[in-house]
Design a protein. Structure first.
Lengths: 170, 119
């Protein structure tokens, strides 16, 4: 006998943000839709050592909250950055990014910058260590500029001997 | 746009020999770009690592993301986290376009373009 489903749904399990943004900007009078990056080939590196020996780094698209500026905005143009995990931010600057400001909030950094969760996993010996710094990358429409930022983060990860990068977009 | 940015960074790191996982809520943007591994969290944009304040959920999502890194054997591996937001209203409300706001959107877009031209 088939088991009864534990939930029943009225919506499929994911929203298409490519469709949503195209329809939204089209309604706003923009006739050329944004052309999103799409690749057939996907680079892949297998993990070759146990998780319990791995150094894990976090990469975020959020920025440090500047308490001395209006609305906490960074004082200068956003550039790729790193910040010590020993100085865990109590909040991050997110208001310039596109996220669902009606449905939720970003007052809890652990909901998008999981430093505490990773520290707990180190204590549980699930991973070896949390990298001594996390990395931030600016959200760019220009895929070429993001490519330059990616190269910088790649150099920092190599310097730190990062084994796993955990990337968290807002 | 954040999802495309980290997907491009992920691709660069994988090519350089560093295993990655993207924890995100805009599944289509990440999958079209093409990444090695994704943990899909079907939440409104903003809290991909779990609901604000819910430490147990956050812990389980990050732990699962690491399991995805550990076990994936091919690129484009997407795993959906077994978590639910609780309501579905946000799905249609975000960037909604309808009769009630189409005029306002058109006017706001025209104003933005005008400001760009004069700046």
């Amino acid at each position: 006998m088939a088991e009864r489903a534990d939930r029943q749904v009225t919506h499929r399990s994911h929203v298409s943000y490519i469709d949503k943004s195209r329809e939204y900007y089209e309604a706003s009078g923009y006739d050329q839709p944004y052309r999103w990056a799409a690749f057939d080939e996907v680079p892949f590196t297998r993990l070759t050592k146990p998780l319990a020996e791995c150094n894990v780094a976090v990469i975020t698209t959020t920025y440090l909250h500047h308490h001395d500026s209006a609305h906490g905005a960074p004082a200068t143009d956003k550039v790729v950055y790193h910040h010590p995990v020993a100085d865990r931010p109590e909040r991050m600057f997110t208001s310039d990014l596109s996220w669902d400001k009606q449905a939720t909030h970003t007052d809890d950094p652990e909901s998008f910058l999981p430093l505490g969760a990773l520290i707990a996993l180190v204590e549980d010996s699930k991973i070896g260590q949390l990298n001594h710094r996390f990395f931030g990358v600016p959200t760019e429409y220009s895929q070429r500029r993001t490519g330059l930022d990616a190269a910088t983060i790649g150099e920092w990860c190599a310097e730190d001997q990062v084994d796993i990068a955990l990337l968290v977009p807002l | 746009m954040c999802h495309q940015t980290v997907s491009l960074v992920s691709r660069h790191l994988e090519a350089a020999g560093i295993p990655t996982v993207v924890i995100g809520s805009a599944r289509d943007i990440v999958e079209e770009c093409g990444v090695a591994r994704m943990l899909f969290v079907d939440f409104p944009l903003g809290n991909p690592c779990g609901k604000p304040g819910d430490r147990a959920m956050q812990q389980s999502i990050i732990s699962l993301a690491l399991d995805v890194v550990d076990t994936a054997i091919v690129p484009r591996t997407t795993v959906q986290a077994p978590v639910h937001w609780g309501s579905d209203n946000w799905r249609s409300a975000f960037m909604e376009v309808g009769d009630h706001n189409i005029e306002a959107l058109r006017a706001a877009g025209a104003k933005r373009r005008e400001a760009q031209l004069t700046s």
